[in-house]
Design a binder for this molecule. Structure first.
Ligand code: PHE
Length: 460
C-alpha cells in the first residue's frame, strides 16, 4: 500500500499544489528563455513545435511525474527505487532520480546567475536608468552588467541565499505563501505589458513572426531546442514536478491539475513573446539577440511609457519572484534526498546544496566575462550548460520517466493513481506515454545528430 503522506510535509490543498507547480513551471524559462530561443531559431515554426511538444510529450509526462511522486512520496531517487522494487524490477531505475538531481544542480547554477540579472534590473529600474533609453543605451547597460564579474557575483549570491532560505524553511510553509500572491500579480503585469506593446509596438510583424511557421528555416537543432524548451519550461524530466507531486494529497486529480499547469505555463510564454517582439520590431532590432534579448528590449519600452519607472521596477521584482519559485523546485529534490539518506536537517541540507550550486554558478558567471575566451562547441560554459541540460538531459530524463510509467509500472497502479477509470482518457494517456512521447523524443534526438542522413548514406 502506498504512503498517504510525505515526511517532508504536504500541500495544504489542491490550490496550493497548483500554485506551487505553476510557480515551478513559470519562471525565467517563459520570459527570458522562450523569447530568445524563438528569436534564435526563426519564430513561427519553433513556436509551433514547442506547443506540439507541450501537448503531446509534456502533458503526459507531467501527469506521469506527479503520479510517480505521489505514489513514492519520497525524493525522486528514493521514489524511483521504491517503485522499481514494488514492481519487482531492477534497482537501476533509480538512475532516473540520480540523473534528475544532477540536472537540477546544473540548471540551478546558471539559473541563479540569470536570476541575478533580474535583481540588478530591479535596481536599474528603480533608479531611473531606463528613462528614455534607446536600443544602443539598453545594449550598453546589459553589456556593462554581464561584463562585470563582481556585480554578477553579488546578485548571484543574493539569489542563491534567497533560495536556501525558503527551502530550509520547508516547501509548504515557505513557498505556499509566496506564490499565492505573486503569481497572479506577475500575470496581471504581463497582460498590461502586452496591451502596451500591442498599442505602441509593431504588433502585426510580431504576430506574423511568432505565429506564421516557416518550415524552410527549421533546422534539426531548432526542433531539438523547441522540445528542450518545452521540457525546461514545464520543469519536466528532472524530478521537480515529481517531488511536488509527492506532497499532493491522494484524492486530487492529476489530469486536470496538469492541464491547468501546462496551460498557464504556455500562456505566459506566449504573452511574453507578445510583449517583447512588437517592441523589438518597432525599434528595428533583430530577433537573434541571444540570452540578453529580454534585458535589451524591455527597458526601451519601459523607458518610454508613462509611469515606466514604477512599472519596470515592479516587473523585474515579479520576474525575480517567478525565478525564485522555480529555483526552489530545482533545489528541493537534492535537499529531500540529503534529509532522507544522510539524516541532515533541512537547514543543513539546504545550506550544503545551495553552497555547491553557488560554486558552480561562479564558474558560469565568469564564463560571461573573465573566461569568455574559453569555449566548447562555440559556446561558453553557461551557454553550454543551458544547451546540455534543456535540450539533452531533461528530454532524456523525460524519455526514461515515460518508459518507466508506461512499460514498467503496472497498469493497475497508473490507472489507480490517475483515477481516470479505464475510459478513453486513460487509454489516450497510456498511448501517449508508451509510444508517442518516447518515440518522439528518440526521433528528435536521432535527427539532431544527423542519424537519418547517415542511415540514408549507408543505404544509398
Ligand atoms: N520551468 C522553470 C522555468 O521555466 C525552470 C525549471 C526547469 C524549473 C526544470 C525546474 C525544473 O523557468
Amino acid at each position: 500500500m502506498a504512503a498517504t503522506i510525505s515526511i517532508h510535509g504536504m500541500w495544504t490543498n489542491r490550490l496550493a499544489f497548483i500554485l506551487a507547480a505553476t510557480g515551478s513551471a513559470v519562471g525565467l524559462g517563459n520570459i527570458w528563455r522562450f523569447p530568445y530561443a524563438a528569436g534564435e531559431y526563426g519564430g513561427g515554426a519553433f513556436v509551433l513545435i514547442y506547443l506540439l511538444c507541450v501537448a503531446a510529450i509534456g502533458l503526459p509526462i507531467m501527469m506521469a511525474e506527479i503520479m510517480l511522486g505521489r505514489r513514492g512520496r519520497r525524493s525522486p531517487i528514493n521514489t524511483m527505487r521504491a517503485l522499481a522494487r514494488e514492481e519487482g524490477r531492477h534497482p537501476a531505475w533509480q538512475l532516473i532520480g540520480w540523473m534528475g538531481m544532477v540536472t537540477g544542480f546544473l540548471i540551478l547554477s546558471f539559473y541563479s546567475v540569470i536570476a541575478g540579472w533580474t535583481l540588478a534590473y530591479v535596481v536599474h529600474s528603480a533608479t531611473g536608468l531606463f528613462v528614455d533609453i534607446d536600443a544602443a543605451g539598453a545594449d550598453g547597460v546589459f553589456g556593462a552588467l554581464v561584463g562585470n564579474a563582481e556585480r554578477l557575483l553579488f546578485w548571484h549570491s543574493i539569489f542563491m541565499a534567497l533560495c536556501v532560505l525558503v527551502v530550509a524553511r520547508g516547501v509548504a510553509s515557505g513557498l505556499e505563501r509566496a506564490v499565492r500572491l505573486l503569481m497572479p500579480a506577475l500575470f496581471v503585469l504581463l497582460v498590461l505589458l502586452v496591451i502596451y506593446s500591442l498599442s505602441t509596438g509593431n504588433f502585426a510583424q510580431a504576430a506574423d513572426y511568432l505565429f506564421t511557421p516557416d518550415f524552410g528555416r527549421l533546422s534539426a537543432e531548432a526542433v531539438l531546442s523547441a522540445m528542450g524548451q518545452a521540457f525546461f519550461s514545464l520543469s519536466l524530466g528532472m524530478g521537480a514536478i515529481m517531488i511536488y507531486g509527492s506532497y499532493l494529497r491522494s484524492d486530487a486529480s492529476i489530469g486536470s491539475n496538469s492541464l491547468i499547469i501546462a496551460g498557464m505555463d504556455s500562456l505566459v510564454a506566449i504573452l511574453a513573446g507578445l510583449a517583447i517582439f512588437p517592441i523589438l520590431f518597432a525599434n528595428g532590432l533583430q530577433p537573434e539577440q541571444g540570452p540578453g534579448l529580454v534585458f535589451k528590449v524591455l527597458p526601451i519600452a519601459f523607458g518610454k511609457m508613462p509611469g515606466g519607472v514604477v512599472f519596470s521596477t515592479l516587473f523585474f521584482v515579479l520576474l525575480m519572484f517567478a525565478a525564485w519559485t522555480s529555483a526552489i523546485s530545482l533545489l528541493e529534490p537534492m535537499v529531500a534526498w540529503l534529509v532522507e539518506n544522510l539524516n541532515f536537517d533541512r537547514v543543513r541540507a539546504a545550506a550544503l546544496g545551495g553552497t555547491a550550486v553557488w560554486l558552480l554558478g561562479v564558474v558560469c558567471l565568469l564564463s560571461l566575462n573573465k573566461w569568455s575566451g574559453i569555449t566548447l562547441f562555440g559556446k561558453g560554459f553557461l551557454d553550454l550548460l543551458d544547451f546540455l541540460t534543456a535540450n539533452i538531459l531533461l528530454p532524456l530524463g523525460g524519455l526514461l520517466i515515460a518508459v518507466f510509467s508506461g512499460w514498467v509500472l503496472s497498469r493497475t497502479v497508473s490507472a489507480d493513481e490517475l483515477a481516470l477509470g479505464e475510459g478513453p482518457l486513460y487509454r489516450l494517456w497510456r498511448m501517449l506515454i508508451r509510444y508517442v512521447a518516447p518515440v518522439a523524443v528518440a526521433i528528435i534526438f536521432a535527427n539532431s545528430i544527423g542519424l537519418p542522413s547517415l542511415v540514408m548514406g549507408w543505404l544509398g
